[in-house]
Write a protein that binds this ligand. Structure first.
Ligand code: THU
Length: 137
């Protein structure tokens, strides 16, 4: 595994340990690298009112945005159990807001990484609006 991937894996793996998943018992860990090179972790946060829970990727995006970053250059998602998880449809859309079609998405489990996609593989023809903020970037 390259150093870059290893770093993302370690952050996602640690985040997964903190999952709040008392309803599905399915822990997910995510890590996103910002344009600055820093990595932000996230995990799934379930709720007794089931639809109010959210995904690991969404938590990681929240951490990245809260830190003042606007772009995602690498993504890692680790599924609980023995098979890798790919981001759900809603998270693909959320990730595409800050990633590019070429942004790599590494997937795996707590044991290691086992696959790699691009954002365009996972969400072809992503919906985007050009925001006024783009002109400032
Ligand atoms: N989950 C994620 O965290 N990311 C995904 O991409 C798919 C699903 C979480 C949500 C819920 O807490 C649990 O996995 C089972 O669906």
């Amino acid at each position: 595994m390259t150093k870059n991937k290893q770093e993302l894996f370690a952050v996602a793996r640690a985040a997964m340990e903190n999952a709040h998943a008392p309803y599905s018992f399915y822990r997910v860990g995510a890590a996103v690298r910002g344009g600055s090179g820093k990595i932000y972790g996230g995990t799934n946060v379930e709720n007794a009112s089931y639809p109010e829970g959210w995904c690991a990727e969404t938590s990681a995006i929240g951490a990245l945005i809260t830190a003042g970053e606007k772009t995602i250059t690498e993504i890692c998602v680790l599924g609980g159990g023995e098979t890798p998880a790919t981001p759900c449809g809603g998270c693909r859309q959320r990730l595409s807001e800050f990633a590019s079609p070429q942004t790599p998405v590494y997937v795996g489990t707590k044991h290691g990484l086992s696959g790699s996609y691009s954002m365009a593989d996972l969400l072809p023809e992503a919906f985007k609006l050009k925001s006024e903020e783009d002109d400032l970037l």
